[in-house]
Ligand binder design. Structure first.
Ligand code: PEP
Ligand code: MN
Length: 262
């Protein structure tokens, strides 16, 4: 189902006014963890004005350390409000097949994180939901394994799958992951599905987000998923690779010189 051989045309996925695939780059932006209502309402307005076409915000997080900031109920209310105020579609992670039904009520696009790329029960439920799914590449996954995971979602009748390169595990330790830029042309040759890049988790370093985003745009990526935070040094999670809203604005301006945004 994901194979380019049987579907020569690029797939384009429409979510309200926003789209992913074909000839424009989608920009998905937001914080890693939701810390307060005020923070998210200001930040979501800023990223929208600067060019984001989707808002990212998670209720369920596959954190390397088990901690919580505010309650799941509060996070859901804040995300609903941010979505309502900006009119942007909401992209949110689902970690368990049990989360799908409830999350469907407010999310427009599901993310399946790299650690769950081969959680087959979750893939099947996400497939049944019919909602667009951003499937992140597992940290040690081959292109074949990645595409087979997409097949699980599509086998349930859901063709709205977006592949996300987020870096892979290599012997290098100075970056959090190694951004595999070759995955963009490779996956696009093998599949008709849109391919986006998460330069934030791929590098683990805020100062690399701009060069990696440009590399992704130049290599033909269909979108970017970027972590933005108003005060990265005090962020509860992933501050080291979050960029400030001003930096995000500058990045979008310079990306417009190499790619068509939104
Ligand atoms: C994230 O997007 O916040 C995240 C944890 O990403 P990944 O699943 O790629 O590690
Ligand atoms: Mn994160």
């Amino acid at each position: 189902l994901a194979n380019r051989l049987f579907h020569p045309e690029d797939t384009e996925i429409l979510v309200n006014e926003s789209k992913i695939g074909k000839d424009t780059m989608a920009i998905i932006a937001g914080t890693c963890s939701i810390e307060s209502e005020e923070q998210i309402l200001i930040l979501s307005k800023q990223v929208k004005e600067m060019g984001a076409s989707f808002l990212r915000g998670d209720v369920f997080k596959p954190r390397s350390l088990p901690y919580r900031t505010i309650s799941e109920e509060e996070v859901i209310d804040i995300l609903k409000l941010a979505k309502h105020n900006t009119g942007l579609p909401l992209v949110t992670e689902v970690m368990s097949a049990r989360n799908i039904e409830e999350t469907s009520q407010y999310a427009d696009v599901f993310t399946i994180g790299s650690r769950n790329m081969q959680n087959f029960e979750l893939l099947k439920e996400a497939g049944k939901s019919g909602k667009p799914v951003i499937l992140k590449r597992g940290q040690s996954s081959t292109f074949q394994e990645f595409l087979m995971a997409a097949e699980y979602i599509m086998a349930e009748g859901n063709n709205n799958v977006i592949l996300c390169e987020r870096g892979i595990r290599t012997f290098e330790t100075s970056t959090r992951s190694t951004f595999d830029v070759s995955s963009i042309p490779a996956l696009k040759k093998m599949s008709h599905l849109p391919v986006i890049v998460d330069p934030s988790h791929a590098s683990g370093a805020w100062w690399m987000v701009e060069p990696l985003s440009k590399a992704a745009a130049a290599a033909g990526a269909d979108g970017l998923m970027i972590e933005v935070h108003n005060d990265p040094s005090n962020a509860k999670c992933d501050g080291e690779h979050s960029i400030r809203p001003e930096t995000f604005g500058t990045l979008i301006k310079s990306l417009k010189e190499i790619a068509k945004i939104n």
